[in-house]
Design a binder for this molecule. Sequence first.
Ligand SMILES: [Zn+2]
Length: 88
Amino acid sequence: LSVMEDNILPLTERGVSLGNKVFGAAILRKSDLSLVVAETNNELDNPLWHGEVHTLKRFYELGDKPPTKDLIFLSTHEPCTMCMSAIT
Ligand SMILES: [Zn+2]
């Protein structure tokens, strides 16, 4: 919940003020639930950047990323079929 409140929500508030939707997500380490990356919907830049897919995009842009088997995907809402497919 602290990741939602402290990381996803501020990004989402800024994004919504620009005209994006409210959906956000984060990727956490399983070991201690620390944040790897958080993002939010960015459909104004690209209609594919739902919050979840935009988070995956940012994760794969990280230079030194942990193995996905060590991570948890957190979304603020039930993912749509496109996002669920991307997360899987
Ligand atoms: Zn989606």
